[in-house]
Design a protein around this ligand. Structure first.
Ligand code: GMT
Length: 374
């Protein structure tokens, strides 16, 4: 097939999933065309089947905000037409699904039919999408898509709860490339961070409020009172300064490191003993899956779709949002020398169920079904 993929090209989970999907489809022999405003972060290798089309966003003194959606729709029209695409797959509804709708209507006037698949990723529904400033357009463009997928059962439910949706939604969970995300031998790295064999806790995120990084630091503060431990915080975002101040207030700075944005997050995960993801909302929790693939148990909140991935009491624990006391107790349970090896083993076993080789055929089948009915 010839597949167009539209996504955010940055570090966000939806862009990562879209890029990894495109790379995996290209490896299977499909021709994949990325349409984004800059080269996707994870689009890091050359393949004869991979193409990248940059959206040109023209500015003009009259515009306070350049009309990205129009530039994107115009680029979609051109790429679909000249590359003769079979399907357009847009990741994250805002504004990709409505731009795709516009492109589809323009192409119709030129007698070109292009099926549009929209994948809902999370905040496009649970946070931003349901805001009255976007809701009518999100509802309309989901209903107008030829196929809709969501990354968890919880997100599918939330979509029907928050929007007036007549379309069917198929759940296709996120996936992981186990050839890349696997435990690597990094003993020297572990020794440098944990010279006295301390337990290593890790959190990775975009440091937005919804991630509740504060809970990570507070749980660590409590855990460290009982077992010697270190904390690595990977990523960057609006809450980072506040979190650095919190570490100073609690006096945990010497055992905490803020690493900023990292490409090779799997190297850090390879030496971790526990991954923390206490989010307020989380449709899937790709970061947790990356940790599990590197044999790291997960201490999460029970928000959104996380419990569909992190099985409570098996691969880690899923506690109530904000329950610092409960999370501390569970963290100490996992980190005990007698429990840790079994949790690590079960985390990896669970991650294997989400290997790209299991999920990719579900997207291929979904594309075929959507093309056939259009
Ligand atoms: O988590 C974010 O803020 C980024 C966001 C995105 O769209 O890039 O992530 C969402 O999509 C990921 C990939 O499907 C999911 O793993 C995340 O759980 C989801 N985030 C939220 O629902 C908050």
């Amino acid at each position: 097939m010839k597949i167009g993929i539209v996504c955010y090209p940055t570090f966000g989970g939806s862009g990562v999933v879209a890029t990894e999907l495109g790379k995996a489809l290209a490896k299977e022999g499909h021709e994949v065309h990325f349409i984004t405003y800059k080269q996707p972060t994870r689009l890091d290798f050359l393949s004869e089947n991979l193409f990248y089309h940059e959206v040109d966003i023209k500015s003009y003194p009259l515009f306070e905000h350049a009309p990205y959606e129009l530039a994107l729709a115009s680029k979609m029209v051109n790429v679909v037409k000249f590359e003769e695409l079979d399907v357009l797959h847009v990741h994250y509804a805002i504004p990709h699904a409505s731009a795709a709708y516009m492109a589809k209507q323009i192409l119709k006037t030129q007698r070109i039919e292009i099926p549009v698949v929209t994948t809902l990723h999370g905040t496009d529904i649970t946070l931003v999408g349901k805001d009255p400033s976007y809701e009518p357009v999100v509802t309309f463009s989901i209903n107008q898509s030829d196929g809709v997928t969501a990354v968890s059962e919880d997100l599918k439910r939330a979509t029907y709860d928050h929007f007036d949706i007549q379309n069917g939604i198929q759940v296709i969970p996120n996936f992981i490339d186990l050839d890349r995300f696997k435990k690597q031998r990094k003993e020297h790295f572990k020794k440098a961070i944990c010279p006295d064999d301390e337990k290593l806790l890790v959190h990775t995120s975009n440091f937005r409020k919804v991630k509740r990084v504060e809970d990570v630091i507070r749980v660590f503060y409590e855990v460290r009172k009982v077992v010697p431990a270190k904390l690595l915080l990977v990523g960057d975002g609006p809450e980072r300064d506040k979190m650095e101040r919190l570490c100073r207030e609690l006096g945990t700075c010497e055992d905490t490191r803020f690493l900023g944005k990292l490409d090779a997050v799997e190297e850090v995960l390879s030496v971790a003993d526990l991954f923390l993801i206490p989010s307020e909302k989380e449709s899937f929790g790709l970061a947790a899956l990356e940790a599990m693939a590197c044999e790291v148990p997960v201490l999460s909140s029970d928000a959104g779709g996380i419990p569909e991935l992190n099985i409570d009491g098996v691969t880690g624990f899923a506690c109530k949002v904000g329950d610092i006391e409960g999370m501390t107790e569970k963290a100490l349970h996992i980190l005990s020398d007698e429990n840790l090896p079994a949790f690590k083993k079960r985390a990896l076993a669970r991650a294997k169920e989400f290997d790209v080789s299991n999920i990719l055929p579900r997207y291929e089948e979904f594309y075929k079904k959507t093309i056939d009915k259009t």
